[in-house]
Ligand binder design. Structure first.
Ligand code: CP
Length: 302
């Protein structure tokens, strides 16, 4: 993985994903390993973020690296009209690795092709979010004791949800069974379904959440992505499509865990938070260990 970019989850092999997860277990036991002293990590966030940016910065800080970057492009020369090309070539002079989130699909691939340093995609529009996938895989393995043969239910915005796209693609390597709960307008894109079909795996589609809960080892809730809708009326129609309440978990399997990449808006009520099945805040914590593993692997220190 040394010096390689991670733009799409399948830029790395299954063996490499598993290596990251195994390294992350070591960082969970001992996060304060100063393996990146002397390195600089740039975090360029052209779109809002809490978890991804701060967990990358936390990971880099625990490893002894310096962090530069921005969380609001309007405070940079982008505001004056600087292109993505020029921003990436400039920041490449200042950092050993670039972590970038951008609203445009394909922007991270473009950045990786022009940058002389590795680029990590921290989310490009509605396309992919591969580092979220690594922490999701870590969370699934930690809670289920395995990655193979799980039944996973994805709920909500499967069309625009980039975390869903990357995770489905990765789980095609682990013989998953997919349960897909969404409004008709927000179904999983056909290019992602193609991965499931090519792997000869099963998927079932529903419009009612109650039909899928009892079939799930993992219930992966997602937010309806308001910012991706061009017509606000279309968003209003689906914004409250699914709301998970604590009482709905009574029929769930004992081993089931509720995951959510967060932020949530109203799709999980707060009474779920104290249910032992709720795992979304621990999932966000796992992001630090996984991103430590990723940074040290790409920078050649593991
Ligand atoms: N999961 C995730 O990408 O969260 P943020 O948007 O807060 O980074």
């Amino acid at each position: 993985m040394k010096n390689r970019s991670l733009v799409s989850i399948d830029d790395f092999s299954k063996a490499e994903w598993l290596k990251i997860l195994n390294l992350a277990e070591g960082f969970e036991k001992n996060p304060k390993q100063r393996l990146l002293e002397g390195n600089v990590v740039a975090t360029l966030f052209f779109e809002p973020s809490t978890r991804t940016r701060l967990s990358f910065e936390s990971a880099a800080s625990y490893l002894g690296a310096k962090v530069i970057g921005f969380s609001d492009a309007s405070s940079t020369s982008v505001k004056k009209g600087e292109t993505l090309n020029d921003t990436i070539l400039t920041v490449s002079n200042y950092a050993d690795i670039i972590v970038m989130r951008h609203p445009r699909e394909g922007s991270a691939r473009y950045a990786s092709e022009i940058a002389p340093v590795p680029v990590v995609n921290a989310g490009d529009g509605a396309n992919q979010h591969p580092t979220q996938t690594l922490l999701d895989l870590y969370s699934i393995r930690k809670t289920q004791g395995k990655l193979d043969n799980i039944h996973i239910t994805f709920v909500g915005d499967l069309k625009y949800g980039r975390t869903v796209h990357s995770l489905v693609i990765s789980l095609c390597n682990f013989n998953a069974t997919f349960h897909l709960v969404s409004p008709i307008e927000l179904k999983l894109p056909s290019y992602v379904k193609r991965h499931i079909k090519d792997a000869k795996l099963k998927y079932h589609q529903y419009t009612e959440l109650s039909e899928a809960i009892s079939k799930s080892d993992i219930l992966y809730m997602t937010r309806i992505q308001k910012e991706r809708f061009s017509d606000p009326i279309e968003y209003e129609k689906v914004k409250n499509a699914y709301v998970l309440k604590n009482s709905m978990l009574e029929e769930a399997r004992e081993n089931m865990k509720v995951l959510h990449p967060l932020p949530r808006v109203n799709e999980i009520t707060v009474d779920v938070d104290t249910n032992p099945m709720a795992y979304y805040f621990q999932q966000a914590q796992n992001g630090v260990y996984v991103r430590q593993a990723l940074l040290t692997s790409i920078l050649g220190k593991k």
